[in-house]
Design a protein around this ligand. Structure first.
Ligand code: HDD
Length: 692
């Protein structure tokens, strides 16, 4: 027995604990107390605590060092696992297994984020959203480190620290947190004409998505696709389009949610996955043979430009589904490390100067955030074998046996893999050059696509952009900043500049040197990405719907509508004056999920008020009136039956977008149409917003 134990010990077998095992120290010793520090005590009086209590010191020491440096940008994020499947092979343009083998299911991890805020900031601020995807392919990890906006503020990576410093809190006061609405940000935007296109996107409804599940993802940079058999290289842009459609919050709602529920997007993603309503994105590529690169009036390698869909249709070849929440935030969502330089055979870089600099930056930042062995962390490890002679360094986990740590060696002379054996093929790009600091000539045109974007917006989207710029410049108190910015807007549209000037307090411009070209393009307005426009069924599955009740509500109606909405996949919550049971007019009791003060209308996509005696008392409660009025102001679908209609009319002081009476099925249909469609709930947005 004794010798068996000894043999086991000699093998150094590690036994993982089960949930029924008692607590131990980090070196495995069971402790007798988890709560009381060892002290020199007499009788019933506690004396001084002893430094020798290793259990206590270890617990505090671990706690003291729980935080690691947060990401310098994109610090706040939420992640989930999922799968990627191809439905059409792209073998005509690439040899990448993940883009050609339709029989594969490739695991993925996705991290969504805001850019400017720190780790504890709010989800719904106006900002660009990160959309980073790690594909654990059979040939190694492939990362698309993208955003929800297809273009970027700058063309050269060397400017990145400047654009980020200008957007982050100002250095003297550390104000504002997670906001672009301040002098420095807009000063930078004016001084960099190349940022014009991107700030228009950020000021549009794309800057305030309703959900991570309802935004597009773009690789932004231009990559290349290559084939092992030689052949021409293709430039490529990557797209993810959500099957739920692209939807946004309205600004007033986003502002309020930042305080009322700072975790709104994080919870939304988690809940949908937890409830089995898995978000899905179609994956598409825009491809252009390298030989055609000079045919266009913009440079294909300029990250401040989109490739208009009229010239380069998006070819949808696969889809990504997120279907598993993380088990632990820190070890997965926080420690995941993306890197644009992570590509697999069949995919390559281009000379896009932003991408080239990013390839250095991501590698470098992980060293200070996670240490040199960051690729060994479970979330970052590839699923295929890793075999090399890299060794040692801080927190090396992998134990590599044997006396050899170099190549070639007397024991192994396995040569590097040839491309046909899966080896990464470096595309033989011809480079004959002068060392110079310059950009390609076409990089100097900065307004054409900003105009294209503005012209392609619907009227309601334009009004939102004017309001957003009006808000941002209102927060700038240096006239140099807001006056100059209005002159910049003239380069996009005189009408836009004039509307914003009024709000910003700048002189109203009367003419522009840069005439708008009047062109429009597909794929820029959010209206091109509603479920209807995508040819997909509009659904209320996973939409948050509140049923408002008080003492004396109509139970039969409540039950019928709740059942119908739930059957359609909506997440239905009952909200009442208290969380204790509330009695219906026919005697049945329902315990609400929330009370009127516990939640706010902002947290729901829609409200329904059943008929019943309860309405008379609800109409006397300011908070209830505010619930309905605010939901209306945010252009949400409001359903009401019987007396409930009177409450809606009274709260909203308007006839109109109220769905009254009828069968519960009709109410559900109306919800279906209105709740699931639209951009920033456009119907009557300006009129309704005056209510809040
Ligand atoms: Fe970046 C993080 C997206 C330009 C340097 N970036 C980061 C993340 C996303 C992006 C989504 C968060 C990844 C995660 O969830 O962990 N970045 C972009 C896009 C860009 C872009 C779409 C333009 C095409 N980034 C960019 C440049 C540089 C960086 C030009 C530097 C030269 N980005 C970083 C970084 C971060 C980062 C400092 C911070 C944390 C990290 O990398 O892992 O290296």
């Amino acid at each position: 027995m004794q010798s068996n134990q000894k043999a086991a010990n000699m093998k150094h077998e590690i036994h993982e604990p089960t949930s029924s095992d008692p607590l131990t120290s980090d070196f495995g010793v069971k402790s007798t107390s988890h709560d009381i520090w060892l002290s020199a005590s007499t009788g019933d009086r506690k004396g001084p605590q002893l430094l020798e209590d290793n259990f206590a010191r270890e617990k505090i020491m671990k706690f003291d060092h729980e935080r690691i440096p947060e990401r310098v940008v994109h610090a706040r994020g939420a992640g989930a696992f999922g799968t990627f499947k191809l439905y059409e092979s792209a073998s005509d343009v690439t040899s990448a297994g993940v883009l050609t083998d339709t029989s594969r299911t490739t695991p993925v991890f996705v991290r969504f984020s805001t850019v400017l805020g720190s780790r504890g900031s709010a989800d719904t601020v106006r900002d660009v959203r990160g959309f980073a995807v790690k594909f654990y392919t059979e040939e190694g990890n492939w990362d698309i480190v993208g955003n929800d906006i297809p273009v970027f503020f700058i063309q050269d990576a060397m400017k990145f620290p400047d654009v980020i410093h200008a957007g982050k809190p100002e250095p003297d006061t550390e104000v504002p947190q997670a906001q672009s609405a301040h002098n420095n940000f807009w000063d930078f935007q004016f001084l960099h004409t190349e940022a014009t296109h991107m700030f228009m996107w950020a000021m549009s409804d794309r800057g305030i998505p309703r959900s991570y599940r309802m935004m597009q993802g773009f690789g932004v940079n231009t990559y290349t696709l290559t084939k092992n058999d030689g052949g021409e290289r293709n430039f490529v842009k990557f797209h993810f389009t959500p099957t739920l459609g692209v939807h946004s919050l309205v600004w007033d709602e986003a502002l309020k949610l930042a305080g009322q529920d700072p975790d709104f997007h994080r919870k939304d993603l988690y809940t949908a996955i937890d409830m089995g309503v898995y978000p899905v994105w179609k994956f598409g590529i825009q491809v252009c043979p390298e030989s055609r690169q000079d045919e266009f009036d913009f440079d294909l390698l300029d990250a401040t430009k989109v490739w208009p869909e009229e010239l380069f249709p998006v070819r949808y070849i696969g889809e990504m589904q997120l279907n598993k929440n993380v088990d632990e935030y820190f070890t997965q969502t926080e420690q995941v490390a993306f890197c644009t330089a992570h590509i697999v055979p069949g995919i390559g870089f281009s000379d896009d100067p932003l991408l080239q600099g990013r390839n250095f930056s991501y590698f470098d930042t992980q060293l200070s955030r996670l240490g040199v062995n960051w690729q060994e962390l479970p979330i970052n490890r590839p699923v295929c074998p890793v075999m090399n002679n890299h060794r040692d360094g801080q927190l090396r986990h992998k134990i590599t046996k044997g006396s050899i740590n170099y190549w070639p060696n007397r024991k192994s002379i396995i040569p590097p893999s040839k491309p046909e054996e899966g080896g990464y093929l470096d595309y033989p790009e011809k480079v004959v050059a002068m060392k110079q600091r310059l950009h390609s000539v076409k990089f100097s045109e900065h307004f054409s696509q900003a105009q294209l974007f503005w012209n392609s917006m619907s009227e309601i989207e334009k009004s939102h952009i004017i309001a957003a710029l009006g808000f941002e410049l209102d927060h700038c108190d240096d006239p140099v900043v807001y006056e100059r910015m209005v002159t910049r807007l003239c380069d996009i549209s005189l009408e836009l500049a004039q509307a914003v000037a009024e709000k910003a307090g700048a002189p109203t411009p009367t003419k522009t040197a840069n005439k708008n070209h009047g062109l429009t393009a597909k794929g820029l307005s959010q209206f091109d990405f509603t479920p209807e426009a995508l040819g997909l069924p509009a659904t209320i599955a996973s939409r948050m719907i509140a049923i408002i009740i008080g003492e004396g509500f109509n139970f039969a109606e409540y039950e019928a509508v709740k059942a119908a909405l739930s059957a359609a996949g909506a997440f239905v919550f009952t909200v009442g004056p208290k969380r204790q049971p509330v009695k219906s007019s026919t005697g049945q009791s329902v315990a609400p999920d929330h009370h009127f003060e516990g939640m706010r209308s902002t947290m729901f996509d829609s409200l329904y008020i059943p008929s019943g005696e309860h309405v008379a008392s609800l109409m006397k409660q300011g908070r209830v009136i505010h619930w309905v009025r605010e939901a209306f102001g945010h252009c949400k679908a409001i359903g009401a039956t019987g007396e409930g209609v009177a409450l809606v009319k009274m709260a909203c002081q308007i006839e109109g977008i109220i769905f009254s009476a009828g069968q519960s099925g009709e109410v559900v249909d109306s919800y279906g149409v209105v709740t699931a469609s639209g951009v920033g709930r456009p119907t009557g947005v300006t009129e309704a917003l005056k209510m809040v």
